[in-house]
Design a protein around this ligand. Structure first.
Ligand SMILES: [Zn+2]
Length: 319
């Protein structure tokens, strides 16, 4: 893992710094997502990590971002949030072995328990492909005393890989958890895939965060592609503006596969006339200034105005 050696840590710091600088430039908040999308038990085992080593890797990832945040507290006029990034247990696109909510809670409780012992402000589960896993993650976070946000991914038809609609997924998780997630997001799909599938009304208003892929390719095509498809940053930024015009609850934006600092810069520039409040960087970094108790206020208030969420696509690996 990159956090394990000095060169890797320097590369991560530079990567997140470039994104945090965009937030400073636009006077908006930023969420830094920890590089821990694959730092859960099954994936750690594949790398030969013991439980103790995995715990240390999660802690090191948070500490790297907290150090970075400390350097921005003078420059940033808006919150710098550190978010503990959680990934799906199975392959995000082929959830062959789906868990029930109880099993998902038991599995994710390990990593979430580690993160709860750090200075993260919340946990953000990304690329989730079915509701029951989201329910388990949300319950594990609540048990650990951490706010949770859930981002679902969609296929090219705007539906989750298990065939359910975004509206069904949000409604199911809210019903099973007493509306416990702070908000929902969509990630790892192109706006052309999910724009028409975003629900309206009260269910739609629960979806506040978008981290799209640069590419219009399907998950299957991306999996087989030897190259990173970086798409067109200006075009993607225009897609985001259209999404926002139709769904004003979307105030937290960033990029997923194929995006990098150019896309996030283009999106931030496009949003600039509206931007106030927050920018969020990294799938593995998110940072709210303040403690856990402050998160609700930030999520509902300042980040409610606007935030950039960046870093996941470039760093999180095989999303
Ligand atoms: Zn992705």
């Amino acid at each position: 893992m990159l956090v394990d050696d000095a060169a890797g840590a320097a590369a991560l710091t530079g990567y997140f710094r470039r994104h945090a600088d965009i937030a400073v430039q636009h006077q908006c908040g930023v969420i830094l997502e920890t590089p821990t999308w694959r730092a859960s038990q099954d994936w750690g085992s594949r790398l030969g990590y013991s439980a103790a080593e995995l715990r240390r890797a999660n802690e090191a990832a948070v500490s790297l971002l907290c150090q970075l945040r400390a350097g921005y507290q003078g420059a940033a006029s808006s919150p710098v949030v550190v978010s503990g990034c959680i990934g799906p247990r199975a392959d995000g696109y082929h959830p062959d072995e789906r868990m029930g909510a109880d099993e998902a809670q038991a599995y994710h409780a390990g990593q979430i328990g580690t993160l709860a012992g750090t200075d993260v402000d919340l946990v953000h589960a990304m690329t989730i492909s079915y509701a029951a896993e989201a329910v388990g993650i949300t319950r594990a976070a609540a048990e650990a005393g951490l706010p949770a946000t859930i981002s679902f991914t969609t296929e090219t038809d705007g539906r989750l890989p298990d065939g359910s609609s975004l509206a069904e997924a949000v409604t199911t998780v809210d019903a099973a958890t007493g509306r416990s997630p702070v908000y929902y997001g969509v990630n790892c799909a192109h706006p052309a895939h999910f724009a028409a599938a975003l629900p309206g009304g009260a269910t739609g208003a629960r979806i506040r965060s978008i981290r799209a892929n640069a590419s219009r390719k399907s998950h299957a095509e991306l999996d087989e592609s030897p190259d990173l498809d970086t798409g067109n940053p200006a075009e993607l930024a225009r897609d985001y503006l259209r999404l926002r015009a139709q769904h004003p609850a979307i105030t937290i934006v960033g990029g997923c596969c194929g995006t990098d600092v150019r896309h996030v810069q283009a999106i931030a520039d496009a949003f600039a006339p509206h931007t106030r409040g927050g920018l969020s960087a990294g799938c593995d970094e998110a940072g709210f200034v303040g403690d856990h108790d402050g998160l609700g206020a930030v999520a509902e208030g300042e980040l409610g105005q606007d935030a950039l969420d960046v870093g996941f696509g470039g760093l999180a690996g095989d999303a």
